[in-house]
Design a protein around this ligand. Structure first.
Ligand SMILES: NC(=O)c1ccc[n+]([C@@H]2O[C@H](COP(=O)([O-])OP(=O)(O)OC[C@H]3O[C@@H](n4cnc5c(N)ncnc54)[C@H](O)[C@@H]3O)[C@@H](O)[C@H]2O)c1
Length: 374
């Protein structure tokens, strides 16, 4: 298959959808890899790295026109809409339930659009979102520690303490992938860490693997209010699948917090779990409300493209190989997780939540492509 890798043109998007190592794997299997010139630059991969791996460097026009499968990281932006076409399979983060113009552009073009974020295994895991949650969690603890410094508007506290001086306290609300990774870094820095979650099974698991190095508490409004008063850093990491994040930290609760404490609301991409949170960017990541620093960057992994690109492509490559080896129609028959990733086919919306979000007709994938049993 001819597999193209387009350069990202969204502001501050430095990731690329395939590493030279991934290109090499695909070329070895007999596929043709076309890379748009300088697509890997933001992630510290030169065109020559890809050429050595067997890829061909091509122009912007060529990558869109000649590819059968096009790999990207972010959704197409308006200037890319005219390039969408029938016969092309696009594999990327799409998030189209919140983007009507793009949904219409995909439907009108006849393209097959497969979304990273809706690839879902039978045990309800989201393998192409998990690596970004791991990275965001780790950044969250680092950012919390950093913005506690006095010149940056923080309390002026070293999170890890020193011998003879008590370390700071980190409160993690939501002990999923983000929460676990934030906790690992916070523990590593020497902080005292408490995780609040609603799932006893999840807290049992965290307690076991973190060997008692964190305290866990059942999450409730009362508990959050009590724990937040002691916290130097609060990390919001909740997720209610398919819904906006619940507002667990209210403005009134800021009043009981220590001045100069830091809130990192990682759930901001789902609306945020802190009432006073609003999305910020890496250019201007923090603002203060009632003396509390808020860090609410909506695309935290974008700050570390070298790590993010590798982590993302580690997770996407097996699916890319399935599509390349078998073609998309057979690949979705072989792999239900990939089938759940298909959002748009032949002008029809095959992902229920997307159709419902825009009041458009939903066409189950098995009606559009009758799925023969493997
Ligand atoms: N800002 C970014 O750059 C960025 C990057 C990656 C992920 N995220 C976001 O981070 C959030 C967490 O993602 P994740 O992958 O860790 O999800 P996850 O599903 O692995 O974990 C979410 C956890 O929240 C818990 N939870 C649900 N309701 C709760 C409540 N009321 N109180 C306490 N805990 C509660 C769940 O039990 C679960 O353990 C999501 O909103 C995700 O979109 C943001």
């Amino acid at each position: 298959m001819r597999i193209g890798v387009a350069k990202e043109i969204k502001t501050h998007e430095y990731r690329v959808a395939l590493t030279p190592a991934g290109a090499r794997e695909l070329v070895q299997k007999g596929h043709d890899v076309l890379l748009e010139a300088s697509a890997g630059e933001g992630s510290a991969f030169a065109d020559t790295d890809y050429e050595r791996a067997g890829a061909r460097i091509v122009s912007l026009d060529a990558v869109w026109e000649q590819s059968e499968l096009l790999l990207k990281v972010k959704e197409p932006v308006a200037e890319e809409y005219p390039r969408l076409r029938e016969g092309l399979v696009l594999f990327t983060y799409l998030h189209i339930a919140a983007d009507e113009p793009l949904t219409r552009a995909l439907v009108d073009s006849g393209i097959t659009a497969v979304a990273y974020e809706t690839v879902e295994t039978d045990d309800r895991k989201l393998p192409l979102l998990a690596p970004m949650s791991e990275i965001a969690g780790k950044i969250a603890a680092q950012a919390g520690a950093y913005f506690l410094e006095k010149p940056l508007g923080g309390r002026g506290l070293l999170l890890g303490g020193v011998p003879g001086v008590t370390p700071g306290r980190v409160l993690v609300i939501g002990g999923g992938i983000v929460g676990y990774n934030a906790s690992i870094i916070a523990i590593g820095l020497g902080a005292q860490v408490t995780i609040l979650d609603r799932s006893i099974d999840r807290m049992r698991y965290l307690d076991e693997i973190l060997s008692g190095r964190v305290s866990t508490e059942m999450s409730s409004a009362l508990q959050i209010e009590a724990s937040i008063a002691d916290a130097d850093v609060v990390i919001g990491a909740v997720l209610v699948p398919g819904a906006r994040a619940p507002k667990l930290v209210t403005r009134a609760m800021l009043g009981v917090m220590k001045k100069g404490a830091v809130i990192v609301d990682v759930a901001i991409d789902q609306g945020g779990c802190v009432e006073t949170a609003r999305p910020t960017t890496h250019d201007d990541p923090v603002y203060s409300v009632d003396g509390i620093t808020h860090y609410c960057v909506a695309n935290m992994p974008g700050a570390v493209p070298i790590t993010s690109t590798k982590a993302l492509t580690n997770a996407t490559l097996p699916y890319v190989e399935e599509i390349a080896d078998h073609g998309i129609r057979e690949a979705v028959v072989r792999d239900q997780a990939l089938a759940r990733g298909v959002n748009v086919v032949d002008g029809k919306i095959t992902y229920r939540a997307v159709a419902e979000a825009h009041g458009l007709e939903y066409a189950p994938l098995e009606d559009v492509w009758p799925l023969a049993p493997v």
